[in-house]
Design a protein around this ligand. Structure first.
Ligand code: SF4
Ligand code: MG
Length: 334
């Protein structure tokens, strides 16, 4: 394997200032570790507030990293700043849920896609435009529409334009943060097919962030599930979908109708309640306030990451000290 991205023990702390109150420190990402190979897609899943987007931004060092190490393409980004960081970031891009956050609504599509080429590659306006037209066709749009404005396109087309802009500088790695979440299902599939085609054509690696396991399923080689700032389970997509080990993963999967024909269909876990306030996480296992299998030890100790059969890791006391998961009572927290 050809490791492109290596994230080791990364934590991100936000300091929130409130008027007349003490500054609160919130650890949004806690000791997160994962790797992504060249040409590979890692799906990162969890409810909103789980720290997925912050993790994605941290890999690109778009938020301050409190501790840990991030290596991309053999270069350690941890201590890079200013110009050196900007140079390293050229090989990394981000595609957001809302294309308007990367596309200037007052610029034509050709201008939006040409801009990074002129700014970073110092190519002439003419050469940048020629390249922009190629990119527009590469993502499945018409070059004859190059001088239209973002509002003249559909949501799916705008996301194609954002993708064209993201690949303009030949990146190795793209963080897709809920890149298809706002689209209807058939448009989602089209954009995912486009991302797949570009991945194989350019050997791109993706960190594909979504709150929904169903969306990441067909694009991810491996999947990591986040809860309250931590990765609670990770592994090959097949294994995570067919044999989810963490009660949270099981709950997320049971919300998907017919997630897998091979999976045991009998278990249905209702995920009740809200994600706890990240500023006041529960003691021990972060999921214990919503877990139907919680035991005494879950309030006392943080479960360690343990390797599991079929690949990957899970952080749950059931793996080490609890009853056999398949024999546990049917979870229902309602
Ligand atoms: Fe549930 Fe305990 Fe496992 Fe946490 S460690 S997921 S509370 S069984
Ligand atoms: Mg988010």
């Amino acid at each position: 394997s050809d490791r492109l991205v290596e994230v080791r023990d990364v934590s991100v702390v936000f300091h929130k200032k409130a008027l007349f109150k003490k500054t609160r420190s919130v650890e949004a990402v806690k000791s997160v570790s994962f790797g992504i190979d060249r040409g590979e897609t890692l799906g990162l899943v969890g409810e909103s507030g789980s720290g997925k987007s912050t993790t994605g931004r941290a890999v690109l060092k778009l938020v301050p990293v409190a501790s840990g190490d991030i290596t991309v393409g053999g270069q350690n980004l941890t201590d890079l700043n200013g110009r050196a960081l900007r140079k390293a970031r050229r090989r990394m891009q981000m595609v957001f849920q809302d294309p308007y956050s990367s596309l200037d609504p007052s610029a034509t599509v050709a201008a939006s896609i040409s801009e990074p080429l002129m700014v970073h590659d110092h190519v002439s306006a003419r050469a940048a435009r020629a390249r922009a037209l190629e990119l527009i066709e590469l993502v499945g749009l018409r070059a004859s529409h190059a001088d239209r404005y973002p509002y003249e396109f559909s949501g799916g087309q705008r996301q194609r334009i954002a993708i064209a802009r993201a690949i303009a500088l030949n990146p190795d790695f793209i963080v897709c943060d809920e890149a298809v979440s706002a689209l209807d299902v058939s448009t989602q599939n089209q954009v995912i097919n486009l991302l797949e085609r570009l991945r194989t054509e350019f050997d791109l690696a993706y960190l594909f962030i979504a709150h929904d396991l169903a969306i990441v399923r067909h694009i991810s080689h491996r999947v990591a599930v986040m809860y309250l700032g931590r990765i609670v389970e990770s592994g090959p997509a097949e294994r995570v979908y067919n044999e989810p080990a963490h009660p949270y993963t099981q709950a997320l999967l049971s919300a998907i109708p017919n997630p897998s024909p091979h999976r045991r269909a009998d278990r249905r876990i209702v995920l009740a309640g809200e994600v706890p306030d990240p500023a006041r996480p529960p003691s021990g296992c972060p999921f214990r306030t919503r877990c139907a299998f919680a035991m005494d030890i879950c309030a006392e100790r943080m479960p360690e990451h343990t390797a599991i059969n079929g690949g990957g890791e899970v952080a749950c006391h059931l793996q080490t000290s609890g009853p056999e998961l398949s024999g546990a009572p049917l979870g229902d927290l309602t």
